[in-house]
Design a protein around this ligand. Structure first.
Ligand SMILES: NC(=O)c1ccc[n+]([C@@H]2O[C@H](COP(=O)([O-])OP(=O)(O)OC[C@H]3O[C@@H](n4cnc5c(N)ncnc54)[C@H](O)[C@@H]3O)[C@@H](O)[C@H]2O)c1
Length: 341
């Protein structure tokens, strides 16, 4: 039965469309993530807790599909969902990236879907943008040494974003338990940023000892980073969430999260600490958006050890996707798909 003669269009953007629109560079994401974090601090969003879909018997932390819906205010307001799958053995068993997914955008006037786009690139780049926005407020001014543990695609996006955003970086130390991954990463990043001094370390502790800024990008499910490995003044972006021992959360000068409710669940380290009674919302220094809008100070001395626990928020993905949607419309990039055929 035909109910309407008009078929709405849905704009499809594949990864190469997003690259055409500048999606391999950090500035778009840094701006969009900054807006999303400010909206978070001002309450101009709706973001239900994300469900983790795991198949029966899945026992690896990185084997899951996550649905991440959000409404985000601003000009224009937007709604949408990121649907992102992950299998830890995709890279080595199948030669595929670990994570894959789609973002669907909805027009909040009609609630109709208006765009579908590849999510892996946007998701990885917005995660790197969170580190960069946080580092502006939480890292030592003029920091020069960046350390990355885990050397997959997320690490590559973290490094390239940080190098684009912070010209003060002159040395990068990396460690991966798979030395080939470390070599591949450095070859790739050095091709774009040849003037940096790159070092592949043979263990995590030696790498971390050099950190002014440390980013974790592993798929570790057990902590291995002790508090006394961290130099004074370090800023840690705990992207892979499970790498730090509980004591780091208890001894750091400031613990910052993106969203307390999203962090205090799913048996992640903060949730474990809260369940044991040793951490609480009252002990949290801030949510990152509060620092971004200036409601709370960021770093206050060169000695502070500051930990950011960024679980990842749907509003960050939707803010970036909104940007690419409007850019694509303006430039005629992408494929229009008729919703009804
Ligand atoms: N917080 C967020 O918003 C967010 C967003 C996207 C991805 N992530 C996380 O980023 C992480 C990395 O993603 P990816 O796609 O690059 O994964 P990947 O599997 O492609 O790469 C991970 C790399 O880490 C290495 N590794 C694993 N455990 C290690 C350990 N204990 N010590 C040293 N190296 C180790 C592996 O050898 C591999 O090279 C994942 O944990 C993912 O969940 C977080």
């Amino acid at each position: 039965m035909t109910m309407s003669s008009k078929s709405p269009d849905v704009l499809y953007l594949n990864r190469s469309d997003i690259v055409t629109l500048g999606g391999e560079h950090s500035h778009i994401y840094v701006d969009a993530v900054g807006d999303a974090l400010a909206a978070h601090a001002c309450g101009d969003y709706v973001q239900p807790l994300k469900p983790y879909l795991r198949r029966p018997g899945a026992d690896h932390i990185a084997d899951r599909i996550i649905a991440m819906p959000a409404y985000l205010g601003g000009e224009p307001a937007i709604a949408g969902v990121k649907w992102i799958g992950s299998r830890h053995d995709n890279p080595l068993q199948r030669g595929l990236e670990r994570a894959s997914g789609l973002i669907i955008l909805n027009d909040p006037q009609t609630n109709y879907p208006i765009a579908i786009m590849e999510a892996g690139l946007i998701s990885g780049m917005r995660t790197a943008a969170v580190t960069a926005v946080a580092a502006r407020h939480l890292a030592k001014k003029g920091f020069a040494h960046l350390v990355c543990i885990g050397c997959g695609p997320i690490a590559r996006m973290q490094l390239t974003t940080m190098l684009e955003q912070f010209p003060s970086i002159d040395r990068i130390h990396v460690f991966d338990r798979n030395p080939d991954a470390a070599e591949y990463l450095i070859e790739d990043v050095a091709a774009h940023f040849p003037k940096i001094n790159y070092r592949i370390e043979t263990d995590a502790e030696s790498a971390i000892g050099m950190a002014e800024v440390l980013v974790t990008c592993t798929v570790a499910d057990q902590p291995y980073i002790s508090f006394d490995w961290l130099p004074k003044g370090a800023f840690i972006s705990n992207v892979s969430i499970m790498d730090l021992h509980k004591e780091v959360f208890l001894k750091a000068d400031k613990v910052v999260v993106d969203d307390w409710e999203q962090c205090n669940r799913e048996k992640k380290i903060i949730h474990q600490l809260v369940t044991e009674g040793s951490f609480s919302r009252a002990r949290l220094y801030a949510e990152l958006g509060e620092i971004v809008i200036g409601a709370k100070p960021g770093r206050e001395s060169d000695d502070e050890i500051i930990l950011l626990n960024p679980m990842g928020m749907a509003i960050e993905d939707i803010a970036c996707a909104r940007h690419f949607y409007h850019l694509a419309q303006a430039r005629g990039v992408g494929t229009q798909l008729p919703l009804y055929g």
